[in-house]
Design a protein around this ligand. Structure first.
Ligand code: GDP
Length: 472
């Protein structure tokens, strides 16, 4: 209806055009961007999207070259449980806290600022585990510049290490390896390097491209060197932001505090956030009443790559949602209102994620070119065999990409990865865990389970054939 009135044509014409394109729609149906573009084109219109999400300009800003300044990298530490993620971050923070003022480690706020001995700044996101990392990404946040993957030297590359590597790679985030617990008598860093190489992570000492540092989160050995390596990686990325504009960034975490109202930890990614600014974060808004840095000190301003705790929002936005600054309360309220309405509608109506059945429709209306698949199976051999056969289904028009494969139950982490990457999950002789199943239902991720490889391949093949772009 909206689209028809914008184009000044009858609703029936729009609906019949949709039908002609294989879309069965009602008058109140909300269409996705691809569909709108194609339909408008049929009526001779070109669509320009002014998205409520992308106006934040975090990723692609129109800043002039001379307005850009270097900014600190934002780093996430990931790895297998008990390999020392928390200890490593605690050690890094402790040096900072004692170096500035007394007070010890302050409360957990989810993101911290660190100054290295040479005076360089690094911002750390304390998102426990790669699930949080990917959940954030699923909401659109491109918050992490570099991932430190921790592997314990007295252990080995473990399933969650592999997952963390995978999640970082799918996100296109460079990896620095930290081989931790090097102080332990049982430490065997070479074994870790060897295992990493078997997982396609060849470290620099072995002629590969991945920087790697042996560290001890207990004694602090190697940690300064690790930070230097992170900074080197950052230099290659040439990270820049314009500090002289209204702030944009992402929400790290948010909660309701009894005394202070809604409290949100946010990461400023560009511009400068000031007390008094009117903020929209996801579907929430409010005036910034007060701001605190990661040591709990009151601040008036926060520039790029700075985490701050913000008071004044009238609700708790979700981790990974973007924030921006508006000129007036009214604009802020309207944008937040529009977003919450969109969120409500989306959760009821549109199927956001790919399914085998959805493939044909997407191809008919858009330029769907890649089917992302996550393969989980009971044993290595079948996972390999199934993945290889699926890859072979790729054609010139449509590629199959196995973005993650592994042995074992389908986990929540698999579902989050699928959600962030718009993938389907194929399980061979395995099922999802209870929580993964619930999450998949919520996130509308398709999980297909098979006990015969042939069936799996045939079904995907059939869907792919439906999705082959019409040949000219
Ligand atoms: P996380 O689950 O990855 O966050 O791991 P933790 O930081 O909680 O560490 C797990 C355990 O390993 C804890 O008992 C730590 O004290 C211990 N640990 C972490 N780093 C080191 C280290 O460098 N050396 C030694 N000896 N123990 C460590």
């Amino acid at each position: 209806n909206d689209l028809a009135s914008m184009m000044d044509v009858s609703v029936n014409d729009v609906i019949s055009t949709c039908l002609g394109l294989g879309m069965f729609v009602s008058i109140n149906q909300r269409l996705d961007a691809e569909a709108i573009t194609v339909i408008a084109d049929e009526f001779g219109y070109e669509i320009q999207f002014i998205s409520t999400e992308d106006e934040t300009g975090v990723e692609e800003s129109n800043d002039a070259e001379e307005d850009l300044q270097d900014r600190a990298p934002i780093v996430t530490i990931m790895g297998h449980v008990d390999h020392g993620k928390t200890s490593l971050l605690d050690y890094i923070r402790k040096t900072k806290v004692t170096a500035s003022e007394a007070g010890g480690i302050t409360q957990h706020i989810g993101a911290y600022d660190v100054i290295t001995k040479k005076g360089n700044k690094i911002a750390f996101l304390d998102t426990p585990g790669h699930e949080a990392f990917t959940a954030m990404r699923a909401r659109g946040a491109k918050l992490t510049d570099i991932a430190i993957i921790v592997v314990a030297a007295d252990d080995d590359v473990m399933p969650q290490t592999k997952e963390a590597i995978n999640h970082a790679q799918v996100a296109g985030v460079p990896i620095v390896i930290a081989i931790n617990k090097i102080d332990k008598p049982t430490a065997n860093p070479d074994k870790v390097r060897e295992s990493l190489s078997k997982n396609n992570i060849l470290v620099e000492e072995w002629g590969g491209k991945y920087q790697c540092q042996e560290v001890s989160a207990k004694s602090g050995q190697g940690i300064e060197d690790l930070l230097e390596k992170v900074l080197l990686e950052a230099e290659i990325l040439n990270l820049k932001a314009n500090p002289d504009k209204p702030a944009v960034g992402s929400v790290v975490e948010a909660s309701l505090d009894k005394g202070r109202g809604y409290v949100a930890t946010i990461m400023v990614q560009a511009g400068t956030l000031k007390v008094g600014d009117i903020m929209v974060a996801g579907a929430n808004y409010g005036r910034v009443k007060a701001m605190f840095d990661d040591t709990g000190k009151k601040v008036k301003e926060a520039g790029p790559s700075t985490p701050v705790v913000v008071l004044g929002l009238e609700g708790a936005p979700q981790a990974g949602e973007k924030f921006q600054i508006m000129e007036t309360d009214r604009e802020a309220r309207e944008l937040a209102g529009k977003r919450s309405q969109l969120q409500r509608e989306q959760s009821i109506r549109t199927r956001k994620h790919i399914t085998l059945d959805e493939i044909g429709r997407r191809l008919a209306i858009g330029s769907f070119k890649q089917l992302n698949v996550i393969v989980k199976g009971d044993v290595d051999g079948s996972v390999e065999a199934l993945s290889d056969s699926l890859l072979k289904l790729s054609t010139a028009e449509v590629q199959v990409a196995i973005i993650h494969r592994g042995v074992g139950q389908i986990s929540e982490s698999d579902v989050l990865l699928a959600s962030a990457s718009d993938a389907i999950i194929i399980g061979f002789q395995v099922r999802p865990s209870g929580s993964a199943k619930r999450l998949a239902e919520n996130e509308e991720i398709e999980i297909r389970m098979y006990s015969i490889i042939y069936d799996a391949i045939n079904e995907v093949k059939a869907a792919m054939e439906g999705m082959l772009a019409p040949q000219e």
